[in-house]
Design a binder for this molecule. Structure first.
Ligand SMILES: Nc1ncnc2c1ncn2[C@@H]1O[C@H](COP(=O)(O)OP(=O)(O)OP(=O)(O)O)[C@@H](O)[C@H]1O
Ligand SMILES: Nc1nc2c(ncn2[C@@H]2O[C@H](COP(=O)(O)O)[C@@H](O)[C@H]2O)c(=O)[nH]1
Length: 192
């Protein structure tokens, strides 16, 4: 049995695309000092995305080879692109930090819940569709990315009823404070 089945906490950031999940998750992780388990994808990088931070960008051939070799904990295909998280990356981060965080959609969130049970905490981040649109337009986000966010909104937002915690991300600092407090409440306190 690998360690990801026995130890550690998994914070699963999920919710509506473009709602601020990565911003919130990375900010809190930096403050609390733990690292993310980064997904692999065959999608083309968007402007400002960093390989190894936002995603590990790989070719379809490499993705399929890794999949056949059984390296992925879970995979999904969205709009013709593959996404997945590697078992070895989960195990390594759990060994190092005792907890991990991932940023994924409902399919991976369900898989984490199934495998880790109460040790998987789903943090659902959302904003309304209009706000996502306004934020994206203000940042000159490419049209195809905005379309992608809009097309998946209804399906994604319906998952919030299944999650342990739900946050509407209007004021960023307020959301960060609430999510961080929620995460800390799940983390074991250290005794001196
Ligand atoms: N409360 C907020 N107010 C205004 N802008 C925000 C807020 N939270 C995040 N943003 C901005 O919204 C954009 C999308 O945020 P982010 O990339 O973190 O979302 P995401 O849910 O991880 O998106 P993706 O679906 O692409 O993974 C970023 O430009 C971020 O700076
Ligand atoms: N099931 C999984 N979902 C994932 C994974 N990595 C990212 N995601 C989610 O997919 C959508 C689309 O992402 P985008 O960056 O192309 O907009 C979004 O909800 C991501 O959080 C994964 O490994 N498994």
């Amino acid at each position: 049995m690998s360690s990801h089945e026995t130890n550690g906490l998994v914070f699963v950031f999920t919710g509506t695309s473009g709602s601020g999940r990565k911003t919130i998750a990375h900010h809190i992780a930096k403050e609390l000092g733990f690292s993310s388990v980064v997904s692999y994808t065959t999608r083309t990088p968007r402007p400002k995305e960093i390989n190894g931070k936002d995603y590990n960008f790989i070719s379809r051939k490499v993705f399929i080879d890794c999949d056949i070799a059984g390296e992925f904990f879970q995979t999904v295909e969205i709009d013709g692109n593959f996404y997945g998280i590697k078992k070895a990356d989960i195990d390594e981060a759990l060994r190092k930090d005792g907890l991990i965080y991932v940023i994924v959609n409902r399919y991976a969130a369900n898989r984490f819940k199934y495998t880790f049970g109460e040790r998987a905490i789903r943090l659902f981040i959302y904003v309304n569709k209009q706000t996502i649109m306004e934020r994206m337009l203000a940042r000159n986000t490419p049209t195809d990315v905005i379309d992608h966010y809009m097309n998946h909104y209804i399906e994604e937002v319906s998952y919030r009823k299944d999650c342990e915690h739900v946050f509407e991300n209007m004021n960023l600092q307020e959301t960060i404070d609430k999510v961080k407090a929620t995460m800390l409440a799940h983390m074991p306190t250290t005794t001196s």
